[in-house]
Design a protein around this ligand. Sequence first.
Ligand code: FES
Length: 164
Amino acid sequence: MHVNGIAHTLTLDHRTTVLDALREHMDLTGTKKGCDHGQCGSCTVLVDGRRANSCLLLAVAHDGARITTVEGLAGDGRLHPLQEAFVARDALQCGYCTPGQLCSAVGMLAEAADGRPSLVTDPHRPSSEPVVLTRSEIQERMSGNLCRCGAYPGIVAAIEDVAP
Ligand code: FES
């Protein structure tokens, strides 16, 4: 696997999830294990550019995949704009869900820019155009990432700050 631009060659039990491979075999503990059932979103990473719950992915099925975790979002000594916005908007309390929220938001912005619709997108809009990220679009597209602390207003505000 290529994780945050670094190639890793691993020998793993075939039942190992991508989440456990990251945390237990690469010491990348930024990605969090919440429910371990694909329901909370705290383990969200980007796999070949698309967001996914890493607790539901088997590592052996992702031989050669390019994975980005929260540790890989910052670059050139600077936080990712979404990370800066989360700080500015105080978009967290305990912070356990935050790595997943950030990776999901990065993936979500790309999906909207690609014109991919959500449940609340106007079905009559031209499919080739980027989706305008209204507050309801952001809420719907981030609905797979739960926050037990209820930091949702700050999370949505931070994403609004970064959305085009
Ligand atoms: Fe605590 Fe989201 S900040 S679960």
